[in-house]
Design a protein around this ligand. Structure first.
Ligand code: UT7
Length: 324
């Protein structure tokens, strides 16, 4: 019997570069209070958002992904021809066919890329990072671009105060490549299908969520997932320099950090708060927060970061990474 040959595998992978993109239009809480019954104080206190960005006609899942992805490739010191795989995590493209990844690859100039979209809602980036890392490790891809890109303003009912005050538009991207030292830990992922009705789309194609139920789930179930990711990476909570959870609500971010500190995470662990000026951008929030924190000097190359995404499905995924 013939024996099939396997692609040469590599030992480890790491993030080589990060990039992000946001539309220009800033929307403040006061702007929102003009169109719905809400106010700046409530949004700041209950969600932590001061302002967010909404795109106009020219800003699409594809255009933002192209900008973020191109920046990530440049930050990695690479050219498009050095990559062969593009994954676009998203849940907000207006048309599922053609997929965003093939368009993004073409526009960036990654020829004949393996490309596909991945929908795990707000957990999409961490799902995609796990897949990209495994593709590179298994030898199926030389280097992969994983992008979370969302235009949530397209699917929000602009008068629904349970969603319109939270969600926003953006893209965040990471280049994944081989590394002698492992820089992306195993993914801890899963779904809570019994809670499938907690976040979804209405008949009129608007996003809805049972905010309080999702809040309770996120503040109780996500810290244990994060701890599992730390354990899978063979580390302890005290090894984590930076915590970057999905930027869903600042109170959820703080609750996760508090639980991790109870389990031994350090008081000086840096905690992402990118939601304050970016809003909740679903699959874009984690890579964009990481990129913004790197640019602001809040995190440094070699820092050990814990990522954990969660959202509709309900779906969740987390892993430990070394910052580029
Ligand atoms: O990213 C995907 C995953 N999604 C999430 O993780 C979201 C999780 N959920 C949340 O972040 C929060 O549940 C929300 C931000 C959606 C809502 O915050 P909340 O603290 O759970 O508010 P609530 O629904 O419990 O409402 C509290 C009060 C109510 O008034 P009363 O009954 O106490 O008088 C609401 O009517 O706040 C009122 N309220 C508002 N007031 C001003 C609810 N929404 C608003 C609003 N502006 N936008």
């Amino acid at each position: 019997m013939s024996t099939l040959r396997l692609a040469p595998a590599v030992q480890g992978t790491r993030i080589l570069g990060l990039g992000s993109a946001q539309p220009e239009r800033v929307v403040t809480n006061d702007d929102l209070s003009q169109v719905m019954d809400t106010n700046d104080q409530w949004i700041r206190e209950r969600v932590g958002i001061v302002e967010r960005r909404f795109g106009d006609e020219k800003d699409t899942v594809v255009s933002m992904a192209v900008e973020a992805g191109s920046k990530a490739i440049a930050a990695a010191g690479l050219a498009p021809s050095d990559l062969d795989t593009v994954i676009v995590a998203n849940c907000t493209t207006k048309k599922p066919i053609p997929n965003a990844a093939a368009q993004v690859a073409e526009l960036i100039g990654i020829k004949a890329a393996g490309g596909f979209d991945l929908n795990a809602a707000c957990a999409g980036f961490c799902y995609g990072l796990g897949v990209a890392s495994d593709l590179v490790r298994a030898g199926s891809s030389r280097r992969a671009l994983i992008i979370g890109s969302e235009k949530l303003s397209d699917i929000v009912d602009p008068t629904d105060r349970s969603t319109a005050i939270i969600f926003a538009d953006a893209a965040g991207a990471a280049v994944v490549g081989p590394s002698d030292e492992p820089g992306i830990g195993p993914v801890a992922w899963g779904t809570a299908g019994d809670l499938v009705d907690m976040i979804g789309m209405t008949e009129s194609a608007h996003i809805f969520q049972e905010g309080q139920s999702v809040f309770r789930w996120a503040t109780t179930k996500i810290a244990p997932i994060a701890l599992r990711a730390i354990d899978l990476a063979g580390l302890k909570p005290s090894d984590i320099d930076v915590l970057i959870p999905h930027q869903a609500n600042l109170r959820i971010v703080e609750a996760i950090a508090k639980k991790l500190r109870k389990e031994g995470a350090r008081e000086d662990m840096v905690v992402a708060d990118d939601i304050v000026y970016s809003g909740n951008t679903s699959s874009a929030s984690i890579p964009m927060a990481m990129d913004h924190m790197r640019a602001a000097g809040q995190i440094h190359s070699g820092d050990v970061a814990l990522l954990v995404g969660f959202g509709a499905g309900l779906s969740y995924a987390g892993q430990v990474v070394v910052c580029p």
